[in-house]
Design a protein around this ligand. Sequence first.
Ligand code: FRU
Length: 931
Amino acid sequence: MIINFSKRWNERLASCLGGTVLWLLVFVLLSGCAEPAPADRVKIGFSQCTNGDAWRQAMLAGMKKELSFHPEVEFKMKDAHDNSTLQRQQIQEFLQEDIDLLIVSANEAEPITPIVEEVFNRGIPVVILDRRTTSKLYTAYVGGNNVEVGQTAANYISTLLRQRGNVLEIKGASGASPALDRHKGFAETLAAYPGMRLVAQMHGDWKRPSVMQNLPALLKAHPEVDLIFAHNDRMALGAYQVCKQLGLDRRIKVVGVDGLPGPHGGIQFVQDGILAATILYSPGGEEAIRTAMKIIKGQPYEKENMLGTMVIDSTNALTMKMQTEKLTSQQQDIQRQQQLLQQQRDTYASQRTVLYILLAALLGAAILGLVAWRAFQVNRRLIKRLERQNEEISSQRNQIAELAEQARIETEAKLRFFTNFSHELRTPLTLILGPVEEMLTASADLSAGQRHDLTLVHRNTQRLLQLVNQLMDFRKIEVGKMPVRASEGNIVAFVREIMDVFEKSARQRGILLRFLPSEPVLPLWFDVNILDKVFFNLLSNALKFTPDRGQITVSIQRVPTDNTVRVSVEDTGCGISEQDREHIFEWFYQGHQPAAKGSGMGLALAMGLVRLHQGQLSFTSQPGQGSTFVVTLPLELPVALRSDTPYSALPASFAQEDEMPPRSKEEPAPTPISASESLILVIEDNEDVRDFVVQKLAPHFQVSSAADGDTGLRLAAETIPDLIVCDVMLPGLTGLEVVTQLRADWRTSHIPVVMLTARNAPEQQLEGVQSGADLYLTKPFNPTFLLESIRTLLANRAHLREHFRRELSVDTATVAPQRVDQKFLAELTAIVEANLTRTDLSVEDVARSLGISRVQLYRKVKALLGTGVTDFIQGIRLTKARQILLDDSLTIAEVAYQTGFSSPSYFSTAFKAKYQISPSEFKALHVTPQS
Ligand code: FRU
């Protein structure tokens, strides 16, 4: 499966990569089409002696024009500004820039020669343009024949001067080859004419200012000069200007070299009569590039490329001008066309690039689409397979869930049966325990044998009951229904009290029961019911496994380091065998100890309960020597596990055993009118239990009974019993609902209720008490305890009623109100008494003072006392009036006004209506006139 997956992914990855590579290839190919590949590019370096004059600029223009046919050429010119040192440096730079060919026009022949040779020797072709070096180490030369230029000038001048005249020569810069060659050709040719004489010569620097500066002195020295020959037109212009300054311009003719077109060129000077003639000397830029390209492309080329020359004088200047202008305009046209061509080329190239990119993108998209389609196919197959697997898994999961649910339901049913069955056992056990306890505690005339047998029955019934309780606890822990309700108490006293239960049986078996607390008082938050079961189980376990005359030690100590308390129960029993150790805390585990087999619940229950209490239970054991069980409990418990109920040291089961309901010594219980007159209503569905309770109560009270809640409620309303004993689990209305309804009905709300049930969970007791029950007794109950509880409750009621009458001084009160009602009535009475003199005291006034509505006040008083509020106020007025009437000093009228009656006559009527005697008669009867 995994291999298949990775194979597929590899395929997908490969196809993806393949697509990408293809795409890249196409891109590279296409981008190669747009421009020449770097390998085809050519670098030409041009070292120019100067670019500062028109002739040189014409040379450069010619080069560029020719270069426009060669887009592959990368052309770079460096201007030496007539400086040979700078020119050497620039050629060196070209070498470092890896040029493919050097074009050089040497400022001076000598200084530039070595570097040019070096370039040549490195295998880089060298084209010498116009100005030569002194070396033969170059690839080609392009330029005019300067010796021929000198010769042409000499021949022309001789003709012009009719072979007789004196000539002055202005030469170019001394180190430059054209200056040398022109002079050579000129001087040699002139010498051939006998009437011609070269009378003076000077060196210029190819520029006009040098001539302007030096020529005047030379002319003064040679006034015989008829003609000046300058090596270029710029210097010739300078010579003309000097002659003009000296007033010699008409006599001395000037001839120059170059013959450039344009407004400042030699042709124009000839036309303007400044120069007699100029010798054409072409810059040769186009030719230089053409030659260079031939060399680069390996095509055949001439080493010496001499450009032709001619004389331009007044006879042909115009023709030349027109021709050159035409040429120039044609050249400009060509240039524009070339520019247009270039633009179109650029457009074409960019369109082609865009087209190729689009094509490439299309191709890429197609490839990606293919990849995506393939991926989709693969995914679809995978998804289908996964769906199939999912279906299989979910059907298996459903089967498992069904089986688990079935098992859970079956287990649940078994456990429910088990729990219900245990629950059912409690009632018959109650019925056994009750009479047995009754016989053991009440009958004095039992024989020793009978007492022994009854004790046996009693002990075993209790044991059976304990097992049933443990089973039910097990169930509660299992279903998480065992709440922890901790209160703060002294754990030392608590454990001590549990130990006391075992004291007697330990003594009988000669077992020494030692108690070793590290301190007398150790406050701890704990749940009495839970820890009672834990220590009871651990102690009974220890007692069971300790042989006669053995020893059990219970120690308690605080462990400050981890905020806990450790309670250990150590015995000198047989110990726990190796094979039993890991199982002893399992539910229903029967150990291999033949000595005493238990239910297999005690230790498991203890463990479950300790954990519930956030503690730990551990043990150590030495086979043959004994075992120690250690309960570690946290000093504090979370607030959620704490209860509001204050700590009561003994759990209910022990309280029933050992204690009777407390009766205050200072305040002996006032017996109800007569115990036998009190009517007790028993509401209990189980016939046996009902009969048993009725039978137990009948000697002491009048007893009526009902088998269900509805009947019980009806009887209660009809007969108004003094107390009701009511079971919680009843058919129809539950016991809790019965109590709630009793409390809701003012006829029955005052009746004390004792709840009697097999349910003993603390929260259920709480529920019972919250619903209004006065006492909550769990089965099995001690009949004597029940009897005493009833007597106490009745006595308390008598107390309440009495107290109520005394406090309120209202004889309308016939019921014992609840504590809240008592408070309410006290407040109500106080308000009325404080306003007794007010005749206008209204129900609204009283209600406002109490902070309730008029209707609320009316309902409350009616429900509590059975009278209206006005009657209640009237009652208090009359009671008070009766008291005051006994005071002899006041008249009837005064009494009437003092108790808020509007008139003495109304007071008399009201008084007589209530007491069947008029106020004056009452006064006459009770007050002895003082004589
Ligand atoms: C331009 C120039 C021309 C001359 C040539 C000689 O720089 O001076 O006038 O003919 O150089 O190299």
